[in-house]
Ligand binder design. Structure first.
Ligand SMILES: *Cc1c(COP(=O)(O)O)cnc(C)c1O
Length: 341
């Protein structure tokens, strides 16, 4: 397999058009058999439900080359299940989990020339998504849907190591109680654009969102869950019905307990207790873990003892263990690594 001539170490986190994508249509109450296609453009009616009422959901995962030269991806079954949950909440048909996993494998195999080599730091980002496509003007769910998966190579999230970031406590809310915060829907991101642009203008990397009802509890950022390390070496991660259940975070909880022998607490985290933690990080597929050095609460800083120079020692251990598992350097729990080729 001839790889594309790409400077793997120097690509950013952006979209690059690749050769193939997967598409399946839902019509007359059922999914068609699906196919790998070449066209990266989509033509839809102007009144498609996705354009008018944002009936769209997505997923994100990565494929990469292991030390021994296999292409694998990490826990795609959990992305498949989460996408089914997202679909149910937006009155969309569910794409079967086994077909989701097969489609991921097919589209990655078709684009094998774009899978970055081991050790480059780059990975192949996989983006499954689904949308309502028939014309809908009275508010109701679409009757026809398109499920697609495209892939795009992405560079190492952190060039030259993960430097701790500074985040701010947002005055905006990400998700309402009993709303859609727990599903991966485009609408949750549309409303986060204004606060993130403002935060960037003010020099912050991310927004920390608090619970909308009481503004006393920590939820998450626009696209990543929080982990905290206590001074006595426990992993604490916020629990709330309006947090998106990150697969990275759920995997870190297992790594902490089963690989590092740590105690793990998944519970409500009050904003007031943040100053007692030793380390803080953001977790998601893109960066795995981004260390947080400081949280700015309207000018008042919460500075974690791990500082602004490097990842805290426990966060680093979690990061190294999880990425070691992903890259095939450390033995993975049963069923975490799916071999594609
Ligand atoms: C996708 C996402 C995450 C991270 O989830 P992973 O499965 O770890 O990639 C966290 N928060 C939000 C809001 C997300 O959309």
């Amino acid at each position: 397999m001839e790889k594309k001539d790409i400077d793997w170490g120097n690509i950013g986190f952006g979209y690059m058009n690749t050769d193939f994508r997967y598409v399946s249509y839902y019509r007359n109450g059922k999914w068609d058999e699906g196919a790998i296609v070449k066209d990266s453009d989509i033509t839809l009616n102007e009144c498609a439900c996705v354009f008018q009422y944002a009936q769209t959901i997505f997923e994100g995962l990565k494929a990469y080359t292991t030390e021994d030269g296999h292409i694998v991806c990490f826990r795609p079954d959990l992305n498949a299940e989460r996408m089914k949950d997202s679909a149910a909440r937006l009155e969309m048909p569910q794409f079967p989990a086994d077909r989701f996993v097969e489609a991921v494998k097919e589209v990655v195999r078709a684009n094998e020339a774009y899978v970055p080599p081991h050790g480059s730091g780059a990975t192949l980002y996989i983006r499954p998504y689904m949308m309502g496509i028939n014309p809908v003007i009275g508010v109701k769910p679409a009757e026809e849907y398109m499920f697609r998966i495209f892939v795009t190579p992405v560079g190492p999230y952190f060039k030259g190591g993960a430097k701790p970031i500074v985040i701010k406590v947002s005055d905006y809310d990400r998700a309402a109680p009993h709303g859609t915060g727990h599903i991966k829907a485009g609408l949750n991101y549309a409303m986060s654009l204004y606060p993130i642009v403002k935060a960037h203008e003010e020099g912050f990397a991310e927004n920390m969102y608090l619970d909308a009802a009481t503004r006393t509890k920590v939820e998450e950022t626009g696209g990543a869950n929080f982990i905290f390390i206590t001074k006595d070496n426990k992993l604490v991660t916020p629990k709330s019905d309006s947090i998106l259940p990150s697969i990275t975070r759920r995997s870190i909880m297992v790594v902490a307990e089963k690989y590092l022998g740590m105690q793990v607490e998944h519970r409500e985290v009050h904003f007031d207790e943040l100053s007692e933690f030793a380390e803080c990080g953001l977790c998601g597929t893109a960066a795995v873990i981004s260390p947080v050095g400081k949280i700015n609460d309207h000018g008042k800083e919460i500075c974690f003892p791990s500082g602004m120079e490097e990842m805290g020692p426990v966060t680093k251990k979690l990061y190294d263990t999880l990425t070691g598992i992903q890259m095939g350097e450390i033995e993975a729990p049963e069923g975490w690594i799916y071999r594609i080729s």
